[in-house]
Design a protein around this ligand. Structure first.
Ligand code: ADP
Ligand code: MG
Length: 673
């Protein structure tokens, strides 16, 4: 079966289905099955699921009222039924000509017009033998019929050798069948197999395919890690004097969790292989200071450090904070973003190149080709899920393999960390700084908006500050902007004597920075903002977060937004305004955010509601998506795959290549990331 020899139009259609090789055809598994292995009599056929019956056509007529339809009566020894076709081809009318024997496959219903089948599949009856296996129904695309794709798959199954990539010694203890028979079975299961095992994908044949897929993912990630370990990075082993000074100057002590992750990071930095560590911690857990301490180690050892943030606002805030911590210690902290004026940018770039910029903070402008770093030792990326593999690559292409610290406040559930992020080492800050009062969350219908505005005024009287987040309008950025501007005008009027500010993505970076700074200084008490404030913004005096149209936002986004308050010692409140009526998913999501404050639990439930494909960062991670396995439901298989991958790479590395060639052909580039 050579796909390249098919007519181009067919090739195109197959490509749409993700099929470009015989092996892809083999792995194009049925969505479901039809059972045409058993013939029922019309009177005894079970209701509620499709059945196959056979009989003779007694009558066939086309009626025009209430609208055009074909009605034919078909009878067997036990009884009769009516076949109803609302749209039909002349060929179908001919199939149902009086006196013909036909086989009908479909649901039998006892309707208003008696026993009937609406739009059954119609075949010639008589002496034709029954199917021996369940008939697969494949995912397909316009222009490619079931029969056609089934033919291609059948050919591929017959002509492609399918030696097993895994030996009995691995399969037997896990009770997994061999590859070839698993695939054959899934394309043509015999009628004795309970269909529920097939549809729920719990049959051993399914388990085998899911296991293979998970194993390929584990192997590729482990190999990526091994490739990384071949590279050399500078060993960073300072005395730690600079870091000690920084910590001594802080108005607070580090939490136990912060100290523990710092030990993990310091150990990595002293290795001659590049660190690739993901620092996880819920919003407000205190990741920035951890990054600053790590930066001190690299700087003391004579290396440069970059700190990258996904937005200008966040980068600016990091710059402010890091300079306030490090400049007094004599560290040269330099600011570099795309919006800098030409001269300032030129100076920053020069400082990066001659090594005088010890800590370079900015947005991804840092990664532009024109920026060279003299001796980069540590690259820190905040909110790493916002960055794709492309940016990770750009860093590598600068000819250096620095240590990398990636920080994320979107907690990654364990199963996800084990699969999509398996090439990273993970440190978790699982403790919030002391003295925080928990955030109270309220769900309020936007019909009670007036009441909410009174609450804002009261908060401001107490001396606190307030965020008001305008709704996300996915279809139109302009509309979103307009809403923010309108809300600003309206609230400015309603909240007399209170300074109301406005922050949105279309403002000039200087304007954004100025507004943010005024909010920091409490010159603005109520900040109307679009979701630009979602990540990282830190103003401890703000203790009320209002989110409008909360039902439109994703769970991790809501969690991030809510995390903007509860950063100081004041009791904080997050009000989620929603508009009725709420859809089922929206209800489920709001319930999760209302009931949970733990980011890990929220992420786990998010994964459950949406599946991993949508979860922040997974698509950009460059790790191949899973087609068959579901990391939540197949957590045990994932665990087996992980153990097996480890054992294979240790004891039988030759098996890994064959398995990867089969499951991830042409993905070698991943191994280099
Ligand atoms: P995130 O993990 O969300 O990036 P930040 O680093 O912005 O959190 O820290 C949130 C706030 O907590 C900041 O104001 C920070 O200075 C403060 N903070 C960090 N660590 C501690 C600590 N150990 N004790 C008290 N406050 C801390
Ligand atoms: Mg942060």
């Amino acid at each position: 079966m050579q796909i390249s020899q098919l007519p181009p139009a067919q090739q195109q259609r197959l490509l749409k289905l993700g099929i470009s090789s015989a092996f892809d055809l083999i792995l194009h598994l049925p969505l479901r099955y039809e059972d045409e292995t058993h013939l029922y009599s019309i009177a005894d056929a079970p209701l509620g699921s499709p059945v196959l019956v056979e009989g003779e056509v007694l009558s066939c007529e086309v009626n025009y009222k209430p609208r055009k339809q074909l009605n034919a009566r078909v009878k067997d020894a036990s009884g009769s039924l009516v076949v109803r076709l609302m749209n039909f081809y002349p060929s179908q009318a001919q199939q149902l000509a009086v006196g013909k024997r036909v086989r009908l496959y479909g649901d039998i219903k006892h309707g208003y017009f008696g026993t009937e089948m609406v739009h059954p599949k119609i075949r010639v009856g008589g002496e034709v033998s029954l199917q021996e296996a369940l008939s697969p129904i494949y995912p397909t695309t316009a222009g490619m019929s079931q029969a056609q794709i089934a033919t291609f798959i059948g050919k591929a199954l017959r002509s492609t050798p399918m030696p097993d990539t895994l030996p009995e010694s691995i399969l037997a203890p896990l009770n997994l069948p061999d590859f070839a028979s698993s695939v054959q079975l899934l394309h043509a299961p015999t009628p004795d197999i309970p269909t529920v095992l097939l549809t729920a994908r719990t049959h051993p044949a399914w388990q085998r395919l899911k296991f293979d897929e998970l194993l390929a993912q584990q192997l590729s990630l482990r190999l990526a890690r091994a490739v990384r370990r071949e590279k050399t990075a500078p060993k960073i082993k300072p005395d730690g004097r600079l870091a000690a000074q920084l910590i001594a100057n802080l108005p607070f002590g580090l939490t136990g969790a912060q100290k523990r992750v710092l030990l993990e990071i310091t150990k990595d930095l002293a290795q001659k292989h590049p660190m690739q560590r993901l620092l996880q911690g819920d919003v407000g857990a205190g990741k920035t200071i951890v990054a600053a301490v790590a930066a001190c180690h690299a700087i003391e050892a004579g290396f440069q450090v970059t700190m990258l943030a996904p937005t200008e606002i966040l980068a600016e805030q990091h710059y402010q904070k890091l300079s306030s911590w490090l400049a007094p210690l004599g560290v040269n902290v330099v600011w570099l973003t795309g919006s800098l004026k030409t001269k300032a940018k030129r100076e920053a770039i020069a400082a990066a190149a001659d090594g005088s910029a010890q800590l370079l903070v900015g947005t991804h402008a840092i990664f532009q080709a024109s920026v060279e770093l003299k001796n980069l030792g540590l690259a820190i990326v905040d909110e790493q899920h916002r960055f794709g593999v492309a940016q990770r690559l750009a860093l590598r292409e600068k000819g250096q393999s620095p240590h990398q610290l990636m920080m994320s406040a979107t907690p990654i559930p364990r199963t996800l960390a084990m699969s999509f992020y398996a090439d990273l080492d993970v440190s978790v800050i699982d403790e919030l700084p002391p003295g925080r009062t928990p955030i109270v969350t309220k769900l309020i219908s936007d019909a009670r908006r007036d009441e909410v505005i009174e609450r804002i005024a009261a908060k401001v009287l107490e001396g606190r500050q307030v965020y008001w987040v305008c709704p996300l309008i996915e279809e139109s950025e302009t509309l979103q902007l307009q809403t923010a501007v309108d809300t600003h005008a309206q609230l400015s009027e309603e909240l007399e004597g209170i300074a109301v500010g406005l922050l949105h993505g279309r403002m000039k970076p200087e304007e954004k920075a100025a507004t943010m700074a005024a909010f920091q200084r409490n010159e603005i008490q109520v900040l109307i903002a679009t979701t630009v404030i979602e990540v990282g913004v830190d103003v401890p005096n703000a203790s009320l977060m209002m989110i409008e149209h909360a039902e439109r936002m994703g769970l991790s986004q809501l969690h991030q937004l809510r995390g903007r308050v509860g950063r100081g010692a004041h009791a904080s409140l997050c009000i989620l305004l929603y508009t009725t009526p709420l859809g089922e998913t929206a209800k489920a999501r709001l319930k999760v955010i209302y009931e949970n404050t733990d980011g890990f639990e929220i992420a786990r439930q998010d994964l459950h509601i949406r599946g991993p494909g949508d979860l922040a960062g997974v698509k950009q991670s460059g790790v191949p998506m899973l087609r068959f396995a579901d990391i939540e439901n197949d957590a045990d298989l994932l665990e087996f795959a992980r153990e097996t991958a480890e054992a294979i790479l240790q004891k039988q590395p030759q098996l890994a290549q064959a398995h990867l060639d089969r499951w991830l052909p042409g993905r070698e580039s991943l191994l280099k990331v």
